[in-house]
Design a protein around this ligand. Structure first.
Ligand SMILES: [Zn+2]
Length: 341
């Protein structure tokens, strides 16, 4: 098994650009209700009324322009001084799959576009999840880094769902598992990209890629690829196993993607002691944290991480105790949480 597989294919059109051309999704016109930011609450359901639909036609163009302009500063339909707030319809789901010790987060936009961020360490468990949630296609697969507890489950996902685009940190793994993943992605015809500052539009959901900062060497954890997920006023942040040097470098660089508040946040490195820290949480300001954790010999999650979340008033969910944890969010920022147990 070759251990020197390139992490990128030389060719392939930039999928980020391709996705940016996707038709703008219906955007709800100015909601009569005030957005309930950061509140736990029930997602509002129900389709648009006929008058709403008329608004959609008018506002659709505005939204698509805003999406195109959203390259530098975060643009896109928010707080435009007194203008109507344009919010996408439908609901976003973010599932922290119970894969034992490891991370696997399945994201589905209201339009049915999908992202799988990491896959856990068990191909078998991932196969079961793919079956359960009917994942037959993936628009985007992100490997935060190449450690087995993040990529082993990506192999069956690549084989079954044939991702259109794969993003990683550009540092090839050295394991057979990594080789199998690259082979499966090549077989699937997937486009490979190294993490940069891509913004991938999954329908009305924006995925902002957070590349590892320079100077992290070859360490896989410290080169974790993060993603900031935006759906209307709802925000989620996933940063793999980014240990302190990486998060400190992101803070020092003033990366806008890591600025909170976030309704949903993934615990760094399964609640390890070298993951989340006070300065980082002060920037991220998470409301809920999900720890992807199973039986392990590392002491994850650590008492220090749990104490840190408690001190910051963060609600904690754990896949070892609650199984798969699902957030269902509306564009006004409200969401519901369901757990397996
Ligand atoms: Zn890990």
């Amino acid at each position: 098994m070759s251990e020197k597989k390139p992490t990128r294919k030389p060719a392939g059109k930039p999928a980020a650009a391709r996705k940016a051309q996707a038709p703008a999704r219906p955007a709800a016109p100015a909601p009569r209700r005030a957005p309930a930011k950061g509140k736990k609450g029930r997602g509002r359901r129900g389709g648009p009324s006929p008058s709403d639909l008329l608004g959609l036609l008018v506002l659709g163009l505005t939204v698509s322009l805003a999406a195109c302009a959203g390259g530098g500063l975060f643009g896109g339909g928010e707080e435009e001084g007194g203008q109507a707030t344009e919010q996408p319809a439908g609901q976003l789901t973010v599932r922290f799959l119970d894969v034992g010790q490891g991370d696997a987060v399945l994201v589905r936009s209201p339009e049915g576009k999908t992202l799988l961020y990491d896959g856990g360490r068990s191909a078998e468990r991932m196969r079961a999840h793919l079956e359960t949630y009917g994942v037959d296609a993936l628009d985007l697969m992100v490997a935060s880094h190449a450690d087995a507890d993040h990529i082993a489950g990506l192999v069956p996902a690549a084989e079954r769902a044939k991702p259109r685009l794969f993003i990683n940190n550009g540092i090839a793994g050295t394991t057979q598992t990594w080789g199998r993943l690259v082979a499966a992605l090549e077989e699937a015809g997937t486009t490979f990209q190294k993490a940069n500052t891509q913004v991938i539009n999954l329908g009305s959901v924006k995925v902002r890629v957070i590349a590892p900062p320079p100077g992290m060497g070859d360490d896989q954890n410290e080169n974790s690829v993060g993603v900031r997920i935006e759906f209307g006023d709802f925000r989620a942040l996933l940063t793999g196993d980014s240990e302190k040097p990486e998060t400190e470098a992101w803070l020092a660089a003033g990366r806008p993607e890591i600025q909170g508040p976030f309704q949903l946040y993934k615990s760094i490195h399964h609640g390890a002691a070298n993951g989340d820290h006070p300065a980082w949480l002060a920037a991220v300001r998470p409301e809920n944290v999900v720890i992807g954790v199973g039986e392990n010999n590392y002491g994850h999650p650590t008492a220090s991480a749990l104490a840190l979340y408690k001190d910051n008033g963060v609600r904690v969910y754990r896949t070892d105790r609650q199984g798969t944890v699902t957030f269902t969010a509306s564009a006004d920022g409200t969401y519901t949480v369901t757990t397996d147990r």
